[in-house]
Design a protein around this ligand. Sequence first.
Ligand code: ATP
Ligand code: MG
Length: 427
Amino acid sequence: MSCFGCFPGHANKQRRSDSGKRQQQQQQQTPAPTRQDTLHQPRPGPEPASNKDVGKDSGGKNIKAQTFTFRELAAATKNFRQECLIGEGGFGRVYRGKLEQTDQVVAVKQLDRNGLQGNREFLVEVLMLSLLHHENLVNLVGYCADGEQRLLVYEYMPQRSLEDHLLDLSPSQKPLEWSTRMKIAWGAAKGLEYLHDKVNPPVIYRDLKSSNILLDEEFNAKLSDFGLAKLGPTGEKMHVSSRVMGTYGYCAPEYQRTGQLTLKSDVYSFGVVLLELITGRRVVDTARPIEEQNLVTWAEPVFRVPKKFGELADPLLKSNYPVRCLNQVVAIAATCLNEEPSMRPMISDIVTALSFLSLGDGENNRESIRGQPPPKDARIIDILGDYFWEDGTGDDDEAAAGQVKVVAEATECGSNSCCDMQCQSER
Ligand SMILES: Nc1ncnc2c1ncn2[C@@H]1O[C@H](COP(=O)(O)OP(=O)(O)OP(=O)(O)O)[C@@H](O)[C@H]1O
Ligand SMILES: [Mg+2]
């Protein structure tokens, strides 16, 4: 069993494979001495020895995921051959495989026995994904707890993770288009909405980041990695207390300070991902000038000047985005990243807003949105009311005065083609 804190300090990281890795942060960073990092040392714990014991350790919950023997998964991945390796994270290596019995293509994640993420996360992952099912959550095909071996078997996601398409692209890689970015944001938001609003008690995901948003062939987003997920507060309680875990940069500041975890902690992480989608920048990037290394700190002054929102846009978009939609998405990101958790929107409000912003350039999708009743004046309208982004020309005073309604704007956007690329002419 192991746990790791998210801690401040600049990561001394390699560019490609390291930014999101909880494990590597602990090994490579020189964190400032904070309360969190002294709290979260890896803790060894009892480990189940077999697939049967995993069922027992799950507290009697009925785990429906299929069990595999190590031999079956070795056969599926050609003995974990290098050519089948598709990624590596804090838990261990991920291989592409083909199940012999069914020919199903899968992703097999093998727990690194020397790694920091361990058996507790393995159990939580199996349990959570056995109980939770949604089109925006990755499907767990099964697992293997065979002797010392711990492996997780997922549906294979052909486009891999958002991180693979957004950050540190190779010269031959095509940058994600604006509409695809919005589609991914919307899918991730719907996955989070399911966890927060549809599941009872709610589930706090705690590990929202671009490497955990997996993409299918059509760039539909699915959340993955539930090893840190935690049941949320019930009744009158607004938070659950927890040791601080997660990935530095994505963690909400109040959670990092106090260990008090709320649904709004996930909303903060969502804001970080949204900002990554807008800017194409990593949340922490030590290769940039010092004042640009922390994405949120870099973007915050711009949040206060709506006419500058365009400066946040990923240069790889080459200005191919609808300005009003960009401004609205920046405004949503800004509210998600509010220091004060109660000022952050509910995920359901974000889903409503993004549903209109993300579907603007698909005729069919737009038709299906038209068929829906107009959104109510959701809380997000109040929250975003401070922002003025009409064509990005507002200044600070206007920002305070302008009561622009993002859902209404977004609805208009989705129904009158303003999200189409023609709308660039508005600029
Ligand atoms: N189901 C899957 N289908 C296809 N590719 C996957 C799948 N799961 C993971 N991957 C690939 O493997 C990479 C590593 O994933 P993994 O979850 O192990 O680590 P991570 O998310 O990068 O870091 P962390 O361990 O901190 O969560 C992903 O970035 C993705 O490219
Ligand atoms: Mg992951």
